[in-house]
Design a protein around this ligand. Structure first.
Ligand code: TEU
Length: 576
């Protein structure tokens, strides 16, 4: 058990404010790849706890932990067998308590992942459903149906799994005959729950309380747009790509973004709001919903606090596209009074330092980048990634960082097939490489085994040799390094209050090739300039540059000499 963050200290970035999440910088830890305490090659909770200082030193406000619950790991823990326990791979409940306590002592809030759309097929409820047979109350918590066709040999409808293949699997009944089918929008090891069932609803209210009672500050809600399916489960001929189906006036997919999901979050909100200090516990929706006006419905005042805004992540590296993504996201959220969020990388997408080094940055959600694809330009990608991050951290709202991006880590694009674990790869018979390339254990110490990830040198995925030079110990204290750039940007963002307030595009400095944004802050007017043009652009006279993503030790000297910023550079400058 642990109390919320104590009042501020040197290392305590979280304000005591109950609306801390509105402008928070939140760092995603992917537990199996962050730090391995016991040397088995898989990261764990004690490993994370021992490295929390890194997060405090980075200056973030909160940590979001991807699932660490009991799981057979069919989808790296997004298949939960017990929502109230820790998988032995990751440690114990006592380890989770210690992690929360240490984080709070460092002034870091803790957000845990909640996976309500589906359980694992090893969850007690699903095992009971299989044993109990057709027509039993146990089956009603999931979506079991008879098949179509003469012997029920065809799936109940034509839906496909997000990971490839059909969204239905046929079970063998207790009497040994082939029987009903169950729905799984993801892997066959992830049966979808039936959210019309009162026991399902009650169970998750209880799971929320379980983790709130242990001291967590919030939840990241997995596939928040998927819980309710359309009555009758009608066929859907469109592809089951998550962002596709929805347009302002097009047909709505029967499995995503149904209006009824909102009732669930209203109920959850009342649970969160019952914890003291009132209003300090938050939820963030992972919902691949377009257009932004539909996404904004998840953050109406009595629902979630945030929803991941993937519009920005998917935008092309072009000034008009980025401006449009920012404007659309901001205006949709303003309509409901919620702050927007920004994110460039997570455990499902190609890392932005690689994505931006390819010709088509927006198009890698879930599918990865493999050895047979055109390889990204690493230098260009990192340069753009730094510029994109500095732009993101200057925007009002909350920003999410994914472990390792502060080191400028690239995607591992040449993993051997034998190493791959993502069900996306296996369900596509190897035709889609999937997400393992962004999940590689991160480097801490250049000259240590497994780059300091694990004491034995074991690593569940092989690390590429480029990780050595990017290790934390190689960047710490090195001016111009990506790590120091992140630290500086996060500190300045807080000092200047950039997470709050309005933004204005500057029409005289901006163009089709240049983003020019103005932010009024308590410390004065800030100009944020990103050059996406092929040539250098002039920086106005009389500004004081406080941050530049140009690499090298003294970017401001070069800037002072030339009066310009180079291609793919962002600066923050104070106007006197
Ligand atoms: O992801 C939701 C989701 O469906 C996509 O991000 C997906 O991973 C991608 O499109 C695959 O092609 C969440 C989790 O973030 C993801 O890791 C899980 O695999 C998924 O839910 C199922 O729980």
């Amino acid at each position: 058990m642990s109390t919320p963050p104590a009042s501020s200290s040197e290392t305590s970035p979280s304000p005591a404010s109950t609306t801390w999440w509105r402008d928070a910088v939140i760092y995603q830890v992917y537990p199996r790849s962050f730090a391995d305490g016991d040397g088995d090659g898989i990261g764990d909770l004690p490993g994370i706890t021992a490295r929390l200082d890194h997060l405090a030193g980075l200056g973030v406000d909160a940590v979001w932990l991807s699932p660490f619950y009991t799981s057979p790991m069919a989808d790296a823990g997004y298949d939960v067998a017990d929502y109230r326990d820790v998988d032995p791979l990751f440690g114990t409940l006592a380890d989770a308590d210690r992690l929360i306590e240490r984080a709070h002592a460092l002034g870091l809030r803790v957000i845990v992942d909640l996976v309500p759309n589906h359980t694992s097929d090893q969850h007690a409820w699903f095992r009971a459903a299989l044993t109990a047979g057709p027509g039993s109350p146990e089956r009603e918590r999931y979506i079991f149906r008879d098949g179509r066709g003469p012997d029920g040999a065809e799936p109940p409808n034509n839906w496909k799994s997000v990971f490839g293949g059909p969204a239905w699997t046929r079970v063998t009944e207790p009497d040994g005959t082939l029987g009903q089918w169950y729905l799984h929008l993801f892997d066959s090891g992830q049966p979808d729950l039936d959210w019309n069932h009162p026991e399902v609803r009650a169970e998750f209210l209880d799971v929320l309380r379980f983790w709130l009672d242990r001291g967590v500050d919030g939840f990241r809600v997995d596939v928040a747009n998927g819980l309710v399916k359309a009555e009758g489960l009608p066929d859907w001929d469109e592809e089951l790509a998550l962002l596709s189906g929805a347009t302002e006036d097009g047909p709505t997919p029967p499995m995503w973004d149904r209006d009824e999901v909102h009732e669930i979050y209203r109920e959850w909100r009342t649970v969160l709001d019952s914890y003291e200090p009132a209003g300090s516990r938050m939820m963030v929706a992972e919902a691949w919903v377009e257009p932004p006006s539909r996404l904004a419905m998840y953050v109406r005042p009595d629902e979630m606090h945030q929803a991941f805004n993937f519009t920005y992540l998917g935008a092309a590296w072009e000034a008009p596209a980025l401006r449009d993504a920012v404007d659309r996201s901001m205006s949709a959220n303003e309509a409901v009074g919620a702050p927007t969020t920004w994110v460039l990388s997570n455990h499902d997408v190609v890392r932005h330092a690689s994505r931006l080094g390819t010709g088509k940055p927006g198009s890698f959600v879930g599918i990865g980048l493999g050895p047979d694809d055109p390889q990204p330009d690493a230098e260009l990608g990192l340069r753009r990634a730094r510029a994109a991050t500095a732009l993101m951290l200057a925007l009002p709202g909350s920003a999410y960082l994914y472990q390792g991006e502060e080191l400028g880590l690239p995607e591992h694009t040449t993993l051997p097939d034998e190493a791959r674990e993502d069900p996306t790869f296996h369900r596509h018979n190897g035709q889609v490489v999937g997400r393992d390339g962004c999940r590689v254990p991160i480097p801490w110490v250049a000259d240590a085994p497994a780059y300091g990830f694990s004491p034995t040198g074991e690593s569940w995925l092989p690390q590429p040799p480029e990780f050595g030079e990017l290790a934390v110990d190689r960047q710490e204290g090195v001016e111009g390094s990506t790590l120091e750039l992140y630290r500086r940007a996060i500190r300045l963002r807080r000092e200047l209050g950039l997470g709050q307030g309005e933004l204005r595009w500057d029409p005289t400095l901006g163009s089709d090739d240049v983003l020019a944004m103005r932010r009024s802050t308590p410390l004065g007017e800030v100009l944020v300039l990103t050059n996406l043009a092929p040539d250098p652009v002039a920086v106005p006279d009389g500004v004081r540059v406080v941050l530049s993503t140009e690499d090298g030790p003294h970017p401001e000297r070069e800037l002072a000499r030339t009066g310009t910023i180079a291609t793919d550079v962002t600066i923050w400058a104070l106007l006197d």
